[in-house]
Design a binder for this molecule. Sequence first.
Ligand code: ZN
Ligand code: ZN
Ligand code: ZN
Length: 763
Amino acid sequence: MISRCRIVIKGTVQGVGFRPFVYRLAGMYNINGSVLNSSRGVIIEAEGEEGMVQAFINMIKENPPALSEINSFQVSELPPAGFTCFEILKSSHDQTSEALIPPDVGTCPACAGEILDPKDRHYRYPFTNCTNCGPRFTIIEKIPYDRLKTSMKTFSMCSYCGAEYNNPLDRRFHAQPVACPACGPGVRTTDNKGEQAAEDKNWLEFAWSALGKGKVFALKSLGGFHLTCDAHNADAVKSLRIRKGRQAKPFAVMCKDMDTVRKYYHVNNDENKLLLSPQAPIVILKKREHFGLPEELAPKLNTMGVMLPYTPLHLLIFSGPFDILVMTSGNYSELPLVIKNENAIDELSAIADYFLFHNREIVNRCDDSLIQILDGEVSFFRRSRGYTPQPILIMRKKNSPVVVGIGGEMKNSFCILKQNQAFMSQYIGEIDTIEGEKNLFDSFANFQRLIGAKPEIVAYDAHPDYASSYMARKVPAENYVEVQHHHAHLASCMAENNLDNEDIIGVILDGTGYGIDGNIWGFEVFKGSYTGFERMFHLAYVPLPGGEIAIRQPWRTAYSYLATFLGNRGKEHAGEIFADRDINIVEQLIASSFNSPLSCGCGRLFDAVSAMLGVCHENTYEGQAAIELGEIALKASESILKASYSYTVTGDTILPGEMLEGIIEDKFAGVPAEAISVKFHNTLVNIICDAAVRISARTGIKKVVLSGGTWHNEYLFKTTVKALRRERFQVCFHRQVPTNDGGIALGQAMIAHWRLKDVKGRK
Ligand SMILES: [Zn+2]
Ligand SMILES: [Zn+2]
Ligand SMILES: [Zn+2]
């Protein structure tokens, strides 16, 4: 019997080889009909023998193309129409856009093979791609995803590329950015004044020779420019640091292949898999004991970010004499990544000696994603290239309003809730500069167009002076919702763990967030849900003498901690430890309460302990003192792993006086900093566990969510999760969005959704 079905598939199904896959299957099962990309997703008409149609549908469901992600699969039966063949129809354009834009994909092995094969027409061609790999999000202007709506629209395909593009059985069938040396984008090298540096055909040899001489290149990659130099050359790395204004923050590196990665770094199975994944993120790895590369790459740290080549351009550079190159973002510290050729020389000529340009425009800026494997779990520092704009599925009804969370002030990433999907933007970064603000504004406009969503509710941080809050109010919408920073952290973690609006315990540890009492919060144990929170416990406040300066100079915070909790004895200790610092100024600031905001940020407590132990006196990048203190805890000997200090809880306030006393005592008794660091970490674990147990005893709640930047700390994370599980808590943490401020937009949006859902009369 002949039957006919219409199948509508939604999710990431465009630009991932879905139509050729369906076309081939139709041939195998004798199916007539059609397949087409619409802005609602892929629509298939299938007519044939009943059993064959069923088998065809099952095959699509069970073995879809590797890069696709199906969110919904609807089949409806229709009367037979008498189709006589199976065809791929032209994209349809209708109003609703539910089709998802695929993220960028690292070069596939087949394309990598072609660019290194002298007999292939893609030999040495840096823009080779196919349905399984290549640029996507970074080149898309509009939906549905079609070449004419990407920055490839200015290149018309040659007859060879056209033949591959039109052949349903070819790997390049309907691969929108398909290109070859005869028809696609090209490469150009210049010096830092914009003068041509080498003949175009010799770009690769020129790059090898200049890198070999220790020169710095600004290299146009997929989502923006990179700055690159030979990672073996300490002088080159040093001069890159000086020119970029980056004192100690580790540089990311790119390695030729996995053998090279293993030569310099420890790699476990999870890290190996992540490095080789199509998303090709930067993965944080531990250096080998005999690292053999310059200390300047990641001063004082045992870990740094490593990635593999993910574009043909990178692969070609690594086909020369280098096995490892610094590959850091092309910008001055804290400014957005440069993406336009016309700005690159202006903006980067003081850093780079040479430029490697290409003429395929980057439409959407997209930084490299940065991930750490923590206790076998993926933990994002930065969720961007390779992941954006893939949505995260959340618990929400389909007719819910479109909600925007604008995100925080640092590590900004905004979020758009549409139906039951949360679209996190690419990494936007710092937005308290004119450039940063423009970046947020432009990216938001582009993103909104690509998602096809008109905001109804906009949520933002409660901090009165944040640029993001000001910008949020400029987004046209019906309602605006202010959200407390740490409540947003809590809700973000609840949302990605698919928790319903139920009361849970939230342990939110980070550096800075505006509290509802006007002080700076950051060591918070909440009882809360999407609709509200109660602050059950928090660390006692200390003044930060000098405000922002104290954040840059942790010794100031250390002084404040010692003086606040140990009085005159503490001041004496501080005088001894920080003899070379201008203690009088700090003392006066605290005494007069001038420019000394009160803070209970966990990051500040780490700063203080790090400075007391002489681990780090200056934060030259965000979190430096805390990161260095966290890393040495991992080096401590087995015998100390159970030890900790005492502390007191009065009412809702955690008092660290006894712990500080213990730390000072140990320090003067010559206990190594590694051991003190472990005892300090263990004390925090005890504080957190005790607080959770007390709340649970009162309320019966057995779920704990962990959020906030401090949870990047490996020792603290592992030990706390273990301790809470021992107390039979269900522990939820971040796996899909960053635990740092890069994830709060999701929480802001979810809170706004829940607060207004009754106002809107729908759920
Ligand atoms: Zn490919
Ligand atoms: Zn071509
Ligand atoms: Zn935060």
